[in-house]
Design a protein around this ligand. Sequence first.
Ligand SMILES: CC(C)(COP(=O)(O)OP(=O)(O)OC[C@H]1O[C@@H](n2cnc3c(N)ncnc32)[C@H](O)[C@@H]1OP(=O)(O)O)[C@@H](O)C(=O)NCCC(=O)NCCS
Length: 205
Amino acid sequence: MSVSRMMAGILQQGTHPFPYAILICWGAGNALPSRSLSISICLSHMTVPYLREASSADLPALVDLENAAFAGDRISRRDWRHLLTSPSALVIVSDDAAGLTGCSVILTNRRTAVARLYSLAVAPRARRQGIAQALLQQAIASSAGTGAHLLRLETRSDNLPAQALFSRHGFRPFKRVANYYEDGAEAIRFQRLIDHDCLRQSALQ
Ligand SMILES: CC(C)(COP(=O)(O)OP(=O)(O)OC[C@H]1O[C@@H](n2cnc3c(N)ncnc32)[C@H](O)[C@@H]1OP(=O)(O)O)[C@@H](O)C(=O)NCCC(=O)NCCS
């Protein structure tokens, strides 16, 4: 396993309006000789979902979520199986009592220090509750944990909700790719610098 593994839990402070999210990260395998732990505490204005790394047991629910969230260009069951075991992929999910509410997939490439947000999806029943925002913040932190300096992604040029989300989180468009999707739609490539000093400081607070 060469990517850092990261999970998030919540410590809700009674009636305090701000939930406290505790992010716990560790690197393992050939990335670090021994496991190291760091804890960061973040404040958010939104309810912070419980995030965890997906396992093979999540495969059926991931396929269902993919079908519910995307009309085309879906990740197949076979590809999910591969992503769940690949050392260069990190699949993070959020769930509640009714099942998976969201998912992100990060692909890392240690040769280029560029990580890729390969997929981000939230179940229709769970949208506008800050789940994508939490998954995105986790993706940025996880990418930093792998040593990446840049996080890149593609989205459809007609996907305005996703573009609003990415712009709000520091991603900037840098390229348009014609005929990128199955139906011929154009993609916009976004990227965001990963400020390791800033992330390190927040981890120490
Ligand atoms: C895009 C998507 C991931 C957003 O998920 P979400 O959990 O509803 O998003 P959040 O609640 O975290 O929203 C965070 C911010 O993103 C922006 N945003 C999210 N959905 C939006 C929408 N429908 N319209 C406009 N802005 C939107 C807003 O700025 C929002 O902040 P606000 O609620 O304070 O206004 C979700 O709609 C989805 O899964 N869509 C289908 C798959 C997809 O398009 N994936 C991303 C491209 S690969």
